[in-house]
Design a protein around this ligand. Structure first.
Ligand code: NAP
Length: 293
């Protein structure tokens, strides 16, 4: 079997077309969707991520306002900026680029964001809504994974889905999204034993470890016909790679995401979608679904 490639770049471009139309509609109703980005420090990867998010916003017609703060920014200074953006009626979404420098408590800083402007879906208020099965502002990467599964008509209901990750950014929100679609979900992590015997049973394997070469999902760890979604981003000798041994696994799986070009582009597009959801909600406008399920 040769797996069908789940093309995140193509789907992101498709979704962008619909988002552009939505921006036009919002603007015609007097709403100017605006995303504020906050970057603390000079981490090159973070700078690149913020820049790609700002470029996506520009393509779609969302205004973005970038705030760059020095590495030594204090918690008080960052809090003051976030609170200012919370009360700025022109700003619909606030993106605090992670990771923050080590002296700043990420959880404490995230909690400063008004949940209605929390377009990364990371405040405990939005995580709590997801727990109870209702949230508009869902974390972007898990949301992007779900959109990919929907687009390729992967049946999640009654599937056995294994997630290799238990972070608040990826694994935990995905768990709730999949459970909400009636999947049987198992989460694995660094303390799980005999991981291969678990992943081998899965209809869908979603991996987000990012510890190459210590962890690689190889062909013997998936069953024939499995759907394999690779969220991870490893830099190996300057090359971007996921967790999956792509050549081996793609001969066994039915569907597979590439890295790059799989989940990554969807993450950025889902941030744009969340910004529009926040903008529409703040103006009490109803948004149509972006990707028909
Ligand atoms: P993280 O917080 O470090 O989570 C990594 C997870 O992998 C943890 O749950 C960890 O278990 C588990 N793990 C570590 N070693 C393992 C092993 N040997 N076997 C099984 N599980 C193991 O990182 P994250 O923020 O969730 O991100 C994970 C990966 O996804 C990274 O590569 C990141 O770059 C990528 N990512 C990509 C996107 C995108 O847009 N494509 C977005 C976000 C993240 P413990 O909990 O026990 O430590």
């Amino acid at each position: 079997m040769i797996a069908t490639i789940m093309d995140g770049r193509a789907l992101a471009a498709e979704v962008e077309v619909r988002l552009k139309l939505e921006v036009r509609r919002l603007k015609s109703l007097g709403v100017e969707p605006t995303l504020a980005t906050i970057l603390v420090g000079e981490d090159p990867a973070s700078r690149a991520y913020v820049s790609s998010k700002q470029k996506a916003a520009a393509r779609i017609g969302i205004s973005s306002v970038g705030h760059r703060l020095p590495q030594e920014t204090t918690a008080e200074e960052l809090t003051t900026l976030i609170r200012g953006l919370n009360s700025d009626g022109r700003v619909n979404g606030i993106l605090l680029q992670l990771p923050l420098p080590g002296h700043l408590d990420e959880r404490e800083m995230i909690e400063q964001i008004n949940p209605e402007k929390d377009v990364d879906g990371l405040t405990s208020a939005n995580a709590g809504k997801l727990f109870y099965g209702s949230s508009d502002l869902v974390p972007c990467t898990p949301k992007g994974v779900m959109e990919l599964l929907h687009r390729y008509q992967i049946r999640t209901a009654s599937s056995l889905t294994v997630i290799v990750n238990r972070s608040t950014l990826v694994g935990k929100p995905l768990y709730h999204l999949l459970l909400g679609e009636d999947a049987t979900v198992i989460m694995c992590h660094s303390k799980s034993t005999d991981l291969a015997s678990v992943t081998r049973q899965a209809d869908i394997v979603i991996t987000a470890v990012g510890r190459r070469p210590q962890f690689v999902l190889t062909a013997d760890m998936v069953k024939d016909g499995a759907v394999v979604v690779d969220v991870a981003m490893n830099r190996v000798e300057g090359r971007l790679m996921g967790d999956v041994d792509f050549d081996g696994v793609s001969k066994r799986a039915s569907f597979i995401t590439p890295v790059p070009g799989g989940v990554g582009p969807m993450t950025v597009t889902m941030l744009m979608q969340n910004t529009l959801i926040a903008a529409a909600k703040s103006s009490k406008i109803l948004l149509p679904p972006v990707v028909p399920s």
